[in-house]
Design a protein around this ligand. Structure first.
Ligand code: ZN
Length: 150
């Protein structure tokens, strides 16, 4: 049933092998670090804003395949949209992987991120998947402290 191989679907393997937007922005408006001490995942998120829009976003860091694929998918999902739009996708993604019932789940907004729904069967990996999102949310709320999933 919940074979671990289900978690590592092709799309996740691809995002891990060729992470999108995996670079440092030269003149970011914001950069912020996030850690998941349980797994050892580390992310540095770089953001450039144009008014209320996320004009550019990139990341660096090291971590497991899930954390890296999730960060890669996240940057694709939120680049070029408003901060409010990004918060909406955060809510939908968070509800999906924590299986929180509610009207926040609009899988149509999730794109590739929907493939991470497999982590719900592996509670220890949820923090790997959510790390980049918590880091993004902290950045959008203007926080400067290092983000931790613990
Ligand atoms: Zn991890």
């Amino acid at each position: 049933m919940n074979d671990v191989s289900d978690l590592y679907q092709e799309i996740i393997i691809d995002h891990n092998a060729r992470p999108r937007n995996f670079r440092e922005l030269e003149t970011p408006d914001k950069f912020i670090e996030g850690y998941n001490p349980i797994c050892g995942d580390k992310i540095i998120l770089y953001l450039k804003f144009n008014g209320n829009m996320i004009a550019d976003i990139s990341f660096q860091g090291s971590g497991c395949a899930i954390s890296r694929a999730s960060a890669s998918m996240m940057t694709e999902a939120v680049k070029g949209i408003t901060k409010q739009g990004a918060n909406g996708i955060f809510e939908a993604f968070h509800n999906m992987i924590t299986r929180t019932p509610g009207d926040g789940i609009d899988v149509a907004t999730l794109g590739d991120l929907e493939f991470l729904s497999g982590v719900t069967a592996f509670p220890a990996r949820i923090k790997c998947a959510i790390l980049s999102w918590h880091t993004l949310r902290a950045a959008l709320h203007g926080n400067d402290e290092i983000v931790s999933t613990e």
